[in-house]
Design a protein around this ligand. Structure first.
Ligand code: GLN
Length: 193
């Protein structure tokens, strides 16, 4: 099994390490040619969504990745990645892939609460560490969107078909269960194959 990690900016290395620890291979997507390597799932890391969105277009990867997501490629999107997937941003006119029918608020916790760490319940996994860094949250989830986590009344993780969107950064904590869940979605069996 091979997972592609968008590697133009942000916490891609941390995602790569998790995926490899769990026994899958990784391809870092840095330029258009990297899309020729076959892969079974896509990770959109945390970082800065405006920079990532701009680079995706400039490097000629945007349309090809959007098509794959629309065709059902499993996606794990964390923080800035969630912003890239969102169908609408409530405090920003931009839309990037727009494949996940949710309304997302960028930098939603304000300056005071720029970064924080909690342990919270993620549906289907249990109590997991959740690290928020200038995080977005989901203000509204459209039809067919399953809510996986809520933090103080705000939606912080969802699933829509094979797209997983999270406000926090599972790549920055020790716990491997969220990546494990995702690799299973991508088709990895219990033996890690
Ligand atoms: N604030 C960032 C953005 O708007 C997201 C922060 C993150 O990924 N840690 O893109």
């Amino acid at each position: 099994m091979r997972i592609a990690v968008l590697a133009v900016q942000g916490s891609f290395l941390e995602h790569r390490q998790k995926v490899e620890t769990l026994g899958a291979q990784c391809v870092e997507l840095r330029q258009r040619g990297d899309l020729e390597t076959p892969f079974d799932g896509l990770i959109l890391p945390g970082g800065e969504s405006t920079v990532q969105g701009k680079l995706l277009r400039e490097l000629g990867m945007f349309e090809a990745l959007k098509d794959r997501i629309l065709q059902g490629m499993p996606v794990l999107a964390t923080c800035a990645g969630l912003i890239l997937l969102a169908g609408k941003l409530s405090n920003d006119g931009s839309v990037y892939f727009g494949t996940l029918p949710v309304t997302v608020r960028r930098n939603a916790y304000g300056r005071q609460l720029g970064s924080f760490h909690i342990v919270g319940e993620l549906k289907g996994v249990g109590q997991v560490p959740m690290t928020f860094i200038r995080a977005p949250y989901i203000e509204d989830a459209g039809e067919g969107v399953e809510i996986l986590a809520q933090t103080e009344g705000k939606i912080t993780a969802v699933r829509y078909g094979r797209q997983y969107g999270m406000s926090f950064h599972p790549e920055l904590d020790e716990d491997l269960r969220i990546h494990q869940l995702f690799l299973r979605e991508c088709g990895m069996d219990a033996q890690g194959k």
